[in-house]
Design a protein around this ligand. Sequence first.
Ligand code: DGL
Length: 276
Amino acid sequence: MKDASLLPVTLFDSGVGGLTVLKALAARLPAEDLLYLGDTARLPYGTKGRDTIIRYTLRAAQKLVDNGTKMLVVACNTATAAALPALREHFAPLPVLGVVDPGARAAARASRNGEIVVIATEATITDGAYQRAITRIRPEAHVQGRACTLFVPMAEEGWMDGPLVEGIARRYLEDLFTPAVTAPRPDTLLLGCTHFPLLHAALQNVVGPQVRIVDSAASTAESVGEELARLGLLRADGPTGVRRFMTTDNRNRFARTGSLFLGSPLKSADVEIIDL
Ligand code: DGL
């Protein structure tokens, strides 16, 4: 029988945003083979209903499971919030990790005064997954959620900074970061969508330098490493692993926008088109 530790870790996102998680994983666990699927044909997930998100996510995950995998990482907050329990049930005993708990941990650790703002897609905010996950860790925390729908197409378009981006960010966030004189000001902004790390600098300008901005990429990579080690599935050393990329639509666009999220060039010839 094939050694299960040699199988790839597979990552799923609705589009290219989850590449921020792949980047963190590749840096932390360089010897692991990583296979990424972005369901760009159905993006965005964040404005869709829960049942649709679950259906799409199960179908995409099946593709990755059929390929052979030792762990499925749901590198999409929207899919994690809606579909994590369904994925775990459907694919048991395969370990399935999401990005919400690691992101919540990062925010709970970062905040000094427990005043946390989480920004994400409409589906993630409506679900309340982050609000619940943070208060499980820090029951005294006051968590405010805000759906920032336009940030997804802006990041996909490569609009990461400048007056237009900051203007839109200000419109979404201003009231949360300039509360009444008596209310404590939020000290932590959690990026609860894998697309948002691209806007980090613009968001920092809008919320001010004293606010800590955190996302789930690094803490998810940490959790994946810990879980693989616990299960005896970790490839701790060896040559750099293979990275494979699959998308459901337009590999030229996936490669172009994906390069922004990865922070290194991705060629369209390295992206495989698949159907779900
Ligand atoms: N990448 C998804 C997330 O992390 C958002 C993009 C979408 O709306 O599909 O929530």
